[in-house]
Ligand binder design. Structure first.
Ligand code: GAL
Length: 634
């Protein structure tokens, strides 16, 4: 597989006279891909049913003539203003029942059936016109599902669709009442038509109701996307992608990904560090111009799984962005490092966002590869360097990792629905585990929650999976390697009740979680071998082997054959020790890395990425600040 670079471009933002020169510069720089179209509904169809394809025909032709391959986006994230005159009720309503206004983007409700029909219409028109176009080499559906908190809508359309979903799933109101435990506060329903969405209740809604709503909302994204995919496939053989985001768990990406050929994601390392990542101020300070050393890699590995091996970075930060609390300038070298890190994790393509900084509208403070005056900005030169390096680099391949780490979207919903402690976050729990593994220099594959075969992985981890699937439990029962499960794993039924017998109900493990407690930040539970449990701990009754205890005398880590169960959320020191003993048992050598240095082995090469602002020495090599080193593996 030849790895390649690309860029996001908005021909409609620039005079047509400029397109040919832009295209020539992109090609000369060594770019292969150009993504266009995803917000241009208003130009494609300025007035209802009156299409204007001329400009898009010419843009595609100009880009293609320069040798570029086009990724064409469907424009359904930005329905034009006239659409609202036609369908005033297509707007999503927020939790408080307030409509989300026109004047930005993503103002639609996934459940509004007439809006879906409008989407089908524009996608059909595009697919008919460009499905066989020789320059259109890939598609993108919509843009960033879930961006700006847009999966959950409390509209009338969503209410009706949720009732239908409940009727399909439970068949009778009585079955739904039983599954949800509606007897609890006289919450029984006599008919599906009585069921509302779980907002605006006096105190918290039934968590089973909330979880059902989360599953429904995820399914709505899946069917919304599938509608477009089915149309595109009728007219085109080009691969279809969607651009996902960082640390967004509002829908099941594995389910959406199952309908697509390529999983893509939008990587804004400095924006994420400033805006999303749970980290200490010292950590944010240290990596302020580089981004977190594990955040990008985690998503590369996640989306490699979502794309079943095929994945891209569709948008790569090129300089300061406009949307985070603070928007610093990346350190020189980072626009190159980020791209190489993606390739080392198996990306087929990395596209920078965007070609030229727009002098107008919402993102005028967002850098591009060019300044608004068309002078090259730093990312232009760094991308050029990557293009030259790629031309000389043989395929770097993707290696099978030593560790499989389960990631489950439904668990993110479960622990948002019922965190039990204010700072319990499933994403954070898995991400900290991932960071611990990467600090030891390990390669990680993310695994979907229904993985049925673990035999390729000497080590498997599944922290916090609320309801473990039957295939996963069966695979664990016959797994020959080491596994680490918990805390909080397998502690809910699919309908969100406490299972009986009590958790964790894992193969061959005689253990009962007798009590759980969440812990305020200043109440750690020390472990006898060092480190602490934070946020969460469990008191376990067991006849299994106890490998570690807490200083107050409870089992902290227990084992039955290769399966270990962890009874709390370990801090960095405890996690590092526990992972190292696991690796030792699995016969894997570990080599802890200096802070901010990360390693990724492909089939052929070892890559080192220095996320520090200073050079680092490791294994006799000096890795420059914001630098990348690679060497051929023996
Ligand atoms: C992404 C989005 C782009 C642009 C970019 C700015 O989330 O897909 O359209 O808004 O952020 O960083």
């Amino acid at each position: 597989m030849k790895r390649s670079l690309g860029v996001c471009y908005y021909p409609e933002h620039w005079p047509e006279a400029q397109w040919a020169e832009d295209a020539a510069r992109m090609a000369a720089l060594g770019l292969t891909w150009v993504r266009i179209g995803e917000f241009a509904w208003g130009l494609m169809e300025p007035v209802e049913a009156s299409y204007d394809w001329g400009w898009l025909d010419r843009a595609i032709e100009t880009l293609g003539a320069a040798g570029l391959k086009v990724v064409l986006g469907t424009p359904t994230a930005t329905p034009p203003r006239w659409m609202l005159n036609k369908h005033p009720d297509m707007i999503a309503l927020d939790r408080d029942g307030k409509p989300r206004g026109f004047g930005s983007r993503r103002h639609y409700c996934f459940s509004h059936r007439p809006y879906r029909a409008e989407c089908a219409r524009i996608v059909t028109a595009m697919a008919e016109r460009y499905g066989k176009n020789r320059h259109v080499a890939a598609w993108q559906t919509d843009n960033e599902y879930a961006c700006h908190d847009t999966v959950l809508s409390y509209s009338q359309a969503a209410t009706q669709a949720f009732r239908d979903w409940c009727a399909q799933k439970y068949q009778s109101p009585q079955a739904l009442n039983r599954a949800w435990g509606n007897v609890f506060w006289s919450m029984d329903y006599a008919s599906f038509d009585e069921i509302a969405l779980p907002n605006l209740t006096v105190t918290e809604a039934n968590p089973a109701h909330v979880m059902a709503h989360r599953r429904f909302a995820s399914d709505e994204v899946v069917s919304f996307n599938r509608l477009q995919v089915e149309i595109l496939r009728k007219h085109s053989t080009a691969p279809i992608s969607h651009n996902y985001m960082g640390q967004i768990t509002d829908f099941d990406h594995f389910d959406v990904g199952a309908d697509l050929d390529i999983a893509a994601w939008d990587a804004y390392p400095l924006g994420f560090l400033s805006d999303r990542l749970a980290a200490t101020p010292a950590h944010k300070h240290r990596f302020v111009r580089q981004g977190d050393p594990d955040f990008q890699a985690f998503h590369h590995d996640l989306y490699r799984a979502v794309g079943r091996g095929r994945w891209w970075v569709m948008e790569q930060q090129p300089g300061p962005v406009n949307w985070a609390p603070w928007n610093p300038d990346p350190l020189p070298g980072m626009a190159r490092l980020w791209a190489w890190e993606a390739f080392a994790h198996g990306a087929e393509a990395v596209c920078y966002f965007r070609w030229r900084q727009a002098p107008f509208a919402q993102e005028q403070m967002h850098a591009g590869m060019l300044r608004p005056d068309s002078v090259a900005a730093p990312a232009y030169h760094e991308a050029g360097q990557v293009a030259q390096e790629l031309a000389q680099m043989p395929d770097v391949g993707t290696a099978r990792a030593q560790v499989g780490l389960v990631f489950d979207y439904a668990s993110a919903w479960a622990w948002e629905t019922q965190p039990q402690g204010r700072d319990y976050s499933y994403f954070r729990q898995v991400f900290e585990t991932y960071r611990g593994l990467r600090r030891l220099g390990l390669n990680v594959d993310i695994l979907p929650p229904d993985t049925a075969d673990l035999s390729a992985y000497p080590i498997v981890l599944a922290p916090g999976v609320a309801t473990m699937s039957q295939p996963l439990l069966a695979a664990l029962a016959v797994h020959q390697g080491q596994s680490l499960i918990g805390p909080r794993s397998n502690s809910k039924t699919a309908d969100f009740a406490i299972p009986l017998p009590l958790p964790p109900n894992l193969p061959n493990l005689k253990a009962t979680v007798a009590r759980v407690e969440s812990l305020p930040p200043d109440v750690p539970v020390p472990l006898t071998l060092g480190g602490n449990f934070l946020h969460w701990r469990e008191k376990i009754e067991t006849s299994a082997q106890v490998l570690e205890t807490t200083t107050d005398g409870w089992p902290a880590l227990i084992a039955a054959r290769g399966l270990q169960y962890l009874a709390g959320w370990p801090d960095e020191a405890a996690l590092s020790r526990i992972l190292q003993q696991l690796c030792h048992k699995a016969g894997i050598e570990t080599d802890p890395l200096p802070e901010g240095l990360r390693r990724r082995d492909t089939e052929t090469h070892q890559f080192l990425f220095n996320y520090n602002a200073v050079e680092v020495e490791w294994g006799g090599k000096i890795i420059p600040a914001a630098g990348v080193l690679w060497q051929k593996l023996p």
